[in-house]
Write a protein that binds this ligand. Structure first.
Ligand SMILES: Nc1ncnc2c1ncn2[C@@H]1O[C@H](COP(=O)(O)OP(=O)(O)OP(=O)(O)O)[C@@H](O)[C@H]1O
Length: 311
């Protein structure tokens, strides 16, 4: 079932187009990652879906419904990009106040359990005006999930958080997802997106340049399996032959004293390389295979320069 469906969604500010006609579907149960450089249009896209701004053209539906109906508002959770909390309220007071505004005041127990999930259990009675940036972010996530929404929008959920908090929020996102909730998130932390997201879209110039699972994104790029082989002594008589065979298997061969690095475009080539070592009677001690990371795919997409090709 499609939870998000956009058709040629378009936004311009003045005469400047920012989101240039995006068609996107997100299914129930996905953790969807939305990537792009600063200013690519990610927040603008989310703000259209969450009803904060109006599209200039195109349409979208959430849960099959068009327009920001009360039902849609109940079923989505939105984390503010930056949080300007009312400083005189405590974290608990803030959550209760917001939930009351949306028509379903959360109990103290519910607020405490959500504050615990985001790692703010010790700060429940502290005034939000005294919160650090990372704590405000956590409170923003608590705000997004306090009413048990089915679809949660998280705009850069972990930016500015310490390492322990990042791990905690990753666990929370996985937990929410295992409860059947759909998460739509943006992040500049590519490692985080690679670890968490079931599907990823890379935005470029207001459009989606690439979209898919990590495996699908990798398949768009050829020559991206990097193979490192640690080996024993190569008999002098075999060096030329081995080099020739290795070069036939892949490209960009780097040969050091006891290891070679080569990039290949198919895993079959790895078997060919191992055969070449055997035929030249060279022992293999270790084979490391590195597929393209999201960071590499992202850089490749944005700049057109692959950083993984061996020279
Ligand atoms: N209210 C506005 N009026 C005019 N231009 C705007 C407005 N909001 C955003 N923009 C412009 O739209 C473009 C996209 O901004 P947006 O915030 O959507 O990018 P983003 O991908 O979320 O960036 P970041 O990663 O830095 O958060 C930017 O060039 C920005 O300057």
């Amino acid at each position: 079932m499609n939870i998000i469906n956009t058709k040629q969604l378009f936004k311009k500010y003045g005469s400047v187009p920012v989101v240039k006609g995006i068609d996107l579907t997100v299914k129930k149960g996905e953790i969807f990652g939305f990537l792009g450089r600063n200013g690519a249009g990610k927040s603008t896209f989310i703000n259209m879906l969450t009803g904060i701004i109006h599209p200039s053209a195109g349409s979208f539906s959430l849960f099959g419904m068009t327009g920001p109906t009360d039902e849609v508002k109940r079923r989505i959770g939105v984390m503010p990009d930056y949080s300007s909390f009312e400083s005189s309220l405590t974290a608990m007071g803030y959550l209760r106040f917001l939930s009351e505004l949306s028509g379903n005041k959360a109990s103290k127990e519910k607020c405490l359990s959500v504050l615990k999930k985001v790692g703010l259990e010790g700060e429940a009675h502290k005034k939000t005006g005294k919160f650090s940036f990372g704590m405000k972010k956590k409170l923003g996530i608590a705000q997004a999930i306090i009413h048990d929404p089915e679809l949660i929008f998280l705009d850069e959920p972990t930016s500015g958080m310490d390492a322990e908090s990042v791990i905690q929020i990753h666990q929370l996102i996985r937990e929410l997802n295992s409860e059947g909730k759909t998460v739509f998130m943006t992040s500049h932390n590519l490692d985080e997106v690679e670890k968490l997201c079931t599907r990823i879209a890379i935005m470029k110039d207001g459009q989606i340049a690439k979209i898919g699972s990590m495996d699908e994104l990798r398949s768009y790029y050829q020559s991206t399996i990097l193979v490192k082989i640690k080996h024993g002594e190569i008999p002098t008589s075999e060096v030329n032959q081995l080099t020739e065979w290795l070069l036939q298997s892949g490209e960009g061969l780097e040969m050091k004293e006891k290891h070679v690095i080569i990039s290949v475009n198919h895993e079959k080539r790895i078997a060919e390389m191992i055969r070449a070592f055997n035929q030249c009677k060279v022992d293999i001690y270790r084979v490391e295979v590195e597929e393209a990371s999201l960071e590499e795919i992202f850089l490749d997409e944005q700049t057109g320069h692959s950083i993984r090709k061996v020279m």
